[in-house]
Design a protein around this ligand. Structure first.
Ligand code: ZN
Ligand code: ZN
Ligand code: FE
Length: 752
């Protein structure tokens, strides 16, 4: 006989861990107790020596899918002679870290119950301790039913029994529900009153097959759905949604996925995991022209709510478009009233359900780099799970940037990254940011001592930072991009940081974004950078990439070339050129920028691929999609001391255009130029500064061609290469970088 005390930290609460331990203990005749505590989970286990060893091994091997074990501490202890295994009630929680589980896709056992278990036949809110809503319904800790939006549903007698039965899969499943007592789907009538909808899956499937557009409430907000293979309907959806051109995600089944996509095992496993993110994958052929809208990739997600699965049982359609139910830059709709108000005009039917979404959460999105996932938007299934760091962050709040904004809360050696919020310049999104900030701080009992924010004085996140009235630590935008990746990979030494980005405030009053830095967590140095060019019209260049083209051509070749080289522009646009050139000469609203994103914009517009951009980063995305993958040639960039000029590049592109070289070849040569540039610059910096670790980050690295081939080339040159994986390369990762930089500065201050 032997007794041990086991302590487990990580994501072990709200994921069915205690019943799992209980069942395991039964298998090995182990007695004692299991309990949630402030920092995780404690077990007192008594049994024979071998059984204890098997028990310990099985805990790590067979832990519930959604659990994430960070650390297991085992201590021998006294034998008390317990005669059974008991699950103790949760102790009230202090301010110590307690992880809140992200939402979990419906599990296979529950899908089976929906076919076999009388009370749950076709019941679309079936869940258990291994699956179901979590973060979206939680109001406060500890995670108990009355602290969630399930509090208005009174458990029926049967559910009560399951809830209290330790051997049941629904033991302490807070959102437990069945046909007798749980939430139901509802549908809006013409006056916006939501009435129960019977057989929702059959009804919706029928509407989809008829070519209708449906607003459907999912886990973290409303989606707009329709048949992805019905070109007419998808086109109608884009027209109704303000001619929206953004890529739209598609939901299909695991079996059908393989007809249109080649996926590696690793990528499939993530798509099929309990997190169920959207994966951006190259398709063999598009679902319909309006879904892919000119790109050669599609965002794919597998069913994650019970109703999603049911739809595919009834539908003829092989796949449905699944796009956020919102108006342009506004946050995703979560209430029935807003759905009726905002989505009514876009859809034929509005289907909700009568359980409230407390925390709004968008679908997560990842891309694939060398068969490995890279997060692009970290939200449902991930938030608010922390990112583990190697540095103490307690008391630091990081505000993020402005586009694709997220914030981060420092707890111990972890950063709790908020769900994706969006573009703060939109008033409704800003309100969501402030609400989420308040809710997450309360949920995790967090009071900031220090605040980290971007150096950009106009960012709304920086302005909110100052309202707290505590010390504000400003972090340069690209330093934060690189630091985020350093933090993710536990790097705390100088690295070569390559930040390619659209926009970020530089330290010299110009806009940066094509930066080769030497970074430590606490400081950085700008070593080499892209030639700054004036952006005529300031922010206007983001939606009108042709302006940047004009600026490059004017700078390198003068007014004459601008006239002949912009033949592709329509007259009304072209007519603006003389005034623009004047504005550049007089430096009127023409901020200087070294942004890599702008260079990609300029080339995309020059090739007439995208002169006017309808959504963020459309021009570089289309330029990437145009690449002729058979072409290995490149152009020559010019190194002028610590500046990289593109005069020769533009000259060569103009020559190629004259020779009527295909845009696919030019796009490939341009991308290859960027790759050589990254390699050459990294080698130069290594020779001078003896650094061998390279970190790649910034929004431009969402370009798969650029990211994959940079990594390959740099590795060939013997570099150790790091890139964002758990956190996005775009500004969604900035908050993590800010928190890491602030943490290091505070640590240094304390030790000096
Ligand atoms: Zn389940
Ligand atoms: Zn019930
Ligand atoms: Fe950025």
């Amino acid at each position: 006989m032997r007794a041990v005390h086991i302590h487990i930290t990580g994501l072990v609460q709200g994921v069915g861990f205690r019943p799992f331990v209980y069942r395991l203990a039964q298998n090995y005749q182990i007695r004692g107790w299991v309990s949630n505590d402030n920092e995780g989970l404690s077990i007192h286990a008594e049994g024979n020596t071998d059984s204890i060893d098997y028990f310990l091994a099985d805990i790590e091997r067979f832990a519930p899918d959604a659990a994430h074990i960070q650390q297991v501490t085992i201590n021998e202890t006294d034998i008390f002679g317990y005669d059974s295994m008991t699950i103790l009630q949760s102790a009230n929680l202090s301010n110590a870290i307690t992880e809140v589980s992200p939402d979990i896709a419906v599990c296979n056992d529950c899908l089976t119950d929906m076919r076999l278990q009388h009370r749950r036949l076709a019941y679309p809110f079936t869940n258990c301790t291994n699956c179901g809503p979590r973060f979206t319904i939680i109001r406060a800790l500890p995670y108990d039913r009355h602290m969630t939006t399930m509090d208005v549903f009174e458990m029926c007698h049967y559910c009560q029994t399951e809830y209290h039965q330790p051997t049941d899969r629904r033991f302490h499943a807070q959102p437990i529900a069945c046909n007798h007592c749980g939430p139901v789907y509802t549908m809006a009538d013409h006056h916006g009153n939501f009435k129960p909808l019977s057989d929702p899956a059959a009804a919706i499937a029928n509407w989809i097959d008829q070519g209708e557009i449906v607003a459907l409430k999912a886990m973290g907000g409303y989606h707009l759905i329709c048949d992805a293979t019905n070109e007419k309907t998808v086109h109608k959806l884009r027209e109704r949604k303000n001619k929206e051109a953004k890529p739209m995600a598609v939901m299909t089944t695991a079996e059908r996925l393989k007809e249109r996509f080649n996926v590696s095992e690793e990528v499939f496993n993530l798509l099929n995991s309990w997190k169920r993110p959207i994966g951006i994958l190259p398709h063999k052929y598009p679902y319909s022209p309006s879904v892919s809208n000119g790109l050669n990739t599609t965002g794919i997600v597998l069913p994650y709510m019970p109703l999603h699965h049911q739809l595919f049982d009834f539908m003829q359609a092989e796949a449905i478009v699944l796009t956020s139910g919102n108006l342009s830059d506004e946050p995703i709709t979560i209430t029935d009233a807003d759905a009726y108000q905002n989505l009514g005009k876009l859809t034929d039917k509005i289907v909700g359900y009568n359980r409230e979404i407390h925390n709004r959460v968008d679908d997560s999105v990842f891309m694939v780099c060398n068969e490995q996932p890279v997060m692009i938007r970290r939200s449902r299934g991930f938030a608010p799970a922390p990112v583990s760091l190697h540095i103490e962050t307690e008391g630091i709040l990081a505000m993020g940037a402005e586009m694709a904004c997220t914030f981060a809360i420092g707890k111990g050696r972890q950063a709790l990254l908020s769900q994706h919020i969006g573009d703060l310049k939109n008033a409704a999104t800003l309100a969501f940011y402030e609400e989420a900030l308040e809710r997450l701080s309360r949920l995790f009992r967090f009071e900031p001592i220090w605040i980290a924010c971007d150096t950009h004085p106009d960012y709304l996140s920086s302005q909110i930072a100052r309202k707290y009235g505590i010390e504000v630590i400003e972090v340069q935008h690209h330093h934060a991009h690189i630091a985020a990746v350093m933090a993710e990979h536990f790097i705390d030494e100088p690295v070569i940081g390559i930040a390619f980005d659209g926009t970020g405030a530089g330290d010299d009053g110009t806009i940066w974004g094509g930066e080769f830095l030497i970074c430590e967590l606490s400081q950085y140095q700008r070593i080499i950078y892209f030639d700054p060019i004036p952006l005529p019209g300031g922010d206007k260049v983001v939606s009108e990439p042709w302006r940047t083209t004009v600026s490059y051509l004017y700078k390198y070749f003068g007014a004459e070339i601008v006239k002949t080289a912009t033949n592709f522009l329509p007259s009304p646009t072209k007519d603006k050129i003389p005034l623009m050139l004047q504005a550049i000469n007089l430096n009127l609203n023409c901020p200087a920028s070294s942004g890599a994103g702008r260079l990609f914009d300029a080339v995309s517009a020059l090739l007439n691929i995208c002169t006017h951009s309808k959504y963020h980063a459309e021009a570089p995305m289309r330029l990437e999609a145009a690449i002729d993958h058979g072409c290995a040639e490149s152009y020559q960039a010019d190194f002028i001391e610590d500046r990289i000029e593109f005069k020769t590049v533009f000259q060569s592109i103009l020559d190629d255009l004259k020779k009527q070289t295909s845009t696919g070849i030019i796009a490939a040569k341009f991308h290859n130029t960027m790759l050589n540039l990254i390699k050459e610059t990294a080698v130069r910096i290594r020779e001078k500064h003896q650094l061998n670790k390279v970190v790649l980050s910034g929004g431009s690295f969402q370009n798969r061609y650029l990211l994959e081939h940079s990594i390959r080339l740099l590795k060939q040159c013997g570099f150790e290469v790091f890139f964002p994986q758990q956190i996005p390369p775009n500004d969604g990762g900035i908050a993590l970088g800010q928190i890491a930089v602030a943490a290091k500065l505070i640590q240094k201050r304390k030790s000096s």
